[in-house]
Design a protein around this ligand. Structure first.
Ligand code: MN
Length: 322
């Protein structure tokens, strides 16, 4: 089942090109909480109401998707955890230890929204197409064997990233407002199938950039969940993004249109705006791609200068104001 939020926070089931309002079925327990919390609440209730939702979706009376405005299905996840360097990148090297960072939940935007590049001096801004996991049940110290049973569903995520900024580690480089496009809806795990064998694609202005399979993940979805839950309790509506394959990354810049597509989920488009109108060479960043392959075999490999923290030699916005 495809579950979405639309028109300010109304929950719906997506069937083909239509969306069916399910606010009457989910009841006061879901509708009584703010729109941005509704999907997490729905996730908790899902095992009890999925039959009713399926019946409603078969009744088939919906509005055309083109007439509604979709929101991110989880507009403010309690936690937005992003895997770092979780893809083999086509290199037969050792499997690296798991690593994640927390990206600010306020970075999340939805389908059709606009990524706004800040005045932050960055050497470049990149897209990272990722498969995102949405948790359905509270999970603390779960095993990899049981981990997928805690999943509510899956959606598309673009981990927009600033390179070369003075501070990094998930905040100054990743947590910028609008840098977390999530959507267009959640495909529930009972329908989605195997998260470790799906194709992820991203194009910019219709030209292909990323195209990879999640079977290339070093840590499959279940291990990511188990590892994260060994550190922090995962709650319904929390999001774990599986990381990206850096082969195919490239710049995003003013007036770009980004489309991410994941088999079994669908496509999501977002726009890019840069009030400063900066520009970078269009196309795949081959220098970064080569560095990521090199790093698979030599974790101490030095990145190209422009990706080093602090490489963008400019003032940060507060300094500029001062
Ligand atoms: Mn990422």
């Amino acid at each position: 089942m495809k579950l979405a939020l639309f028109d300010g926070g109304v929950p719906g089931v997506v069937v083909g090109d239509a969306i069916i309002d399910i606010s009457d079925i989910v009841g006061d327990g879901v509708m009584g909480v703010p729109g941005r919390d509704r999907m997490a609440t729905l996730a908790r209730a899902y095992p009890d109401i999925s039959g009713h939702l399926a019946a409603a979706s078969q009744a088939g009376r919906g509005r055309p998707l083109s007439e509604v405005r979709l929101l991110a299905p989880v507009p403010r996840p309690g936690k937005l955890l992003c895997a770092q360097g979780n893809y083999a990148e086509g290199v037969d090297g050792p499997v690296r230890p798991p690593a994640m960072f927390l990206k600010a939940p306020t970075s999340v935007i939805g389908p059709g929204d606009t990524v706004e590049l800040p005045p932050t001096p960055a050497s470049v801004f990149h897209h990272e197409a990722e498969l995102a996991i949405v948790m359905g049940r509270r999970a603390s110290r779960v095993t990899a064997e049981e981990a997928l049973s805690y999943v509510f569903g899956y959606c598309c995520f673009v981990d927009i990233s600033a390179r070369g900024v003075r501070q990094a580690a998930g905040f100054a480089d990743k947590s910028i407002d609008t840098f977390g496009p999530l959507g267009p809806w959640i495909v529930t795990s009972d329908e989605f199938g195997d998260p470790d064998d799906v194709r992820v694609r991203l194009s910019v202005n219709g030209r292909p950039r990323q195209d990879y399979w999640t079977s290339d993940m070093e840590r499959p979805a279940a291990e990511l969940i188990a590892w994260a839950s060994s550190i922090a309790t995962l709650e319904p509506g929390d999001v774990i993004s599986c990381g990206t394959n850096h082969q195919g990354l490239g710049p995003v810049q003013d007036r770009d249109v980004i489309e991410i597509s994941i088999d079994g989920i669908g496509e999501m488009t977002v726009k890019v705006a840069d009030p400063l109108g900066r520009s970078w060479p269009d196309g795949v960043d081959e220098e970064l791609a080569a560095y990521m392959r090199r790093q698979r075999l030599d974790p101490g490999a030095t990145p190209p200068d422009r990706f080093l923290i602090g490489a963008a030699d400019g003032k940060d916005p507060l300094e500029a104001v001062a």
